[in-house]
Design a protein around this ligand. Structure first.
Ligand code: SF4
Ligand code: SF4
Length: 441
């Protein structure tokens, strides 16, 4: 058999004797003697010192058969993941209203939030009917995931979330389907009276709440008050304590919107929260880069990819985040696949949560089914940009957010840089952690 080196080998470290290679397609990290690496680079696959290593090198993806088209393989796997009708999980992102009690100027939903309607009882019934039908026709489905989105979903707690969750949990028990849900919320209405229903009885496993810094920054950037900041902090800490005391395995993810101006304040915020006695390790902090999106102007304070990655690296050290290596993926996001759909307040379907409220981007309705229209085709079939086909980190990036690509007409700024990812691999190696897919040989 003839071989060649994988295009996706990235040298992350080397000295006179050794070289460390990260293969982004396999997610493997391999340490080799420089003498071996030189022979591989020269194509000396028949060499007597190389022959015994070939099987292991092939397993780690460092070496591939000579006629393998790695890019086509990646594209094929992506399409398989996108269009497979045999997935064991199904997901809905539900926006029971597009209305919100905050006015974050960077919110991609902008004027869409002025649509005040909330989901009706008829739409709730249609969701349950559609789920029953789905489970009856697709017996391989074993997991249902619902993400509550908005607007602010907790504005509809009594009228939509409670009745829908009650019916979904009964249906899933009946069909023997594992059900979990998550909420993307500003946290203002996440008060103690809701904890038992949501977290103990209805399998909410993940809550994401966004912050922009301490009280002044929060009030300014969210168009709200300092009192609102303190109320949300109180809700988060009470929830952290509740989950801890009741031994409930659910996470509170604090998303920290960062740009070049608020990073120091964000660090201050993290320190304040961590020092509270009710803070438990069910709270995690995730940095998120604020940047231009289809509905908002680019601001001077937005960070470039390089600037953001420097901030991210510093933040990971600051929070002592466990080092990890970004894993290869088949698609950038689940909503680019046929087993995840977003449902708006009127039951309208979308292929991405960033389309909520934009009528021209709807791709059907929960009561009538999917409409294979022009927007659906544009979103689902868009090819990867040329620059991604030539990129060594394509397997871990997959071209970035497909919605952004479509909206920005493929003029995309990269999600990652190779330099930052190499730095993360080195940090991981220094952390001394190993697991099966990251063996060194
Ligand atoms: S978006 Fe950039 S980093 Fe991602 S695959 Fe494309 S070229 Fe590579
Ligand atoms: S397509 Fe992009 S914006 Fe939409 S859900 Fe996926 S990552 Fe998010």
């Amino acid at each position: 058999m003839e071989f060649k080196l994988s295009f996706y080998n990235i040298v992350v470290q080397e000295n006179a004797d050794k070289v460390v290679i990260w293969n982004t397609k396999k997610g493997s990290v391999v340490e080799l003697e420089q003498t071996v690496w030189s022979k591989l680079k020269n194509g000396d696959f028949e060499d007597k010192n190389i022959q015994p290593l070939l099987k292991a090198l092939q397993k780690e993806g460092i070496v591939v058969v000579h006629d393998l088209d790695e890019v086509e393989e990646i594209i094929f796997r992506a399409k398989l993941r996108q269009f497979s009708n045999n997935q064991t999980s199904f997901g809905l992102v539900i926006a029971p209203t597009l209305s919100c009690n905050y006015h974050c100027p960077y919110c991609f939903e902008g004027d869409v939030k002025k649509q005040k309607e909330i989901m009706s009882a008829e739409v709730i019934d249609s969701i349950i009917t559609a789920l029953k039908d789905k489970f009856n026709k697709n017996k391989q489905i074993k997991h249902l995931r619902i993400t509550w989105f908005g607007g602010e979903p907790l504005l509809t707690y009594d009228k939509v979330m409670v009745p829908l969750l009650e019916q979904v949990i009964t249906l899933c028990k009946d069909k023997n389907i594992d059900f979990r849900s998550s909420i993307i919320t500003n946290g203002y209405f996440l008060t103690e009276d809701k904890f038992e229903f949501l977290f103990l009885n209805h399998n909410v496993k993940y809550v994401q709440i966004t912050f922009d810094g301490t009280e002044k920054e929060y009030a300014l950037r969210k168009g709200t008050t300092v009192e609102a900041y303190h109320r949300v902090i109180k809700n988060i800490l009470s929830l952290s304590q509740y989950l801890f005391s009741n031994n409930i395995n659910a996470k509170i993810a604090i998303r920290l919107n960062v740009d070049n101006e608020n990073y120091q304040d964000i660090k201050k915020f993290v320190t304040i929260l961590r020092s509270n006695a009710k803070f438990h390790d069910n709270i995690t902090f995730n940095l998120a880069r604020l940047r231009q999106y289809d509905f908002c102007e680019e601001l001077d304070s937005f960070s470039s990819t390089d600037e953001y990655e420097d901030i991210l690296y510093d933040f990971e050290n600051f929070t002592n985040k466990k080092p990890s290596i970004i894993e290869p993926k088949m698609v950038f996001c689940g909503q680019h696949c046929m087993n995840v759909f977003s449902v708006g307040p009127h039951g309208e379907f979308y292929k991405c949560e960033h389309d909520f409220g934009i009528k021209e981007h709807a791709v059907g309705n929960i009561s009538t089914g999917l409409n294979y229209n022009k927007y659906f085709a544009e979103f689902m079939y868009q090819p990867l940009p040329e620059k991604c086909l030539r990129c060594q980190i394509l397997p871990v990036c997959m071209g970035g957010c497909p919605h952004r690509r479509l909206m920005l007409k493929q003029n995309i700024e990269c999600e990652h840089t190779i330099d930052h990812l190499k730095r993360s691999v080195i940090r991981y190696l220094k952390g001394g952690e190993t697991n099966e897919s990251h063996q060194r040989s």
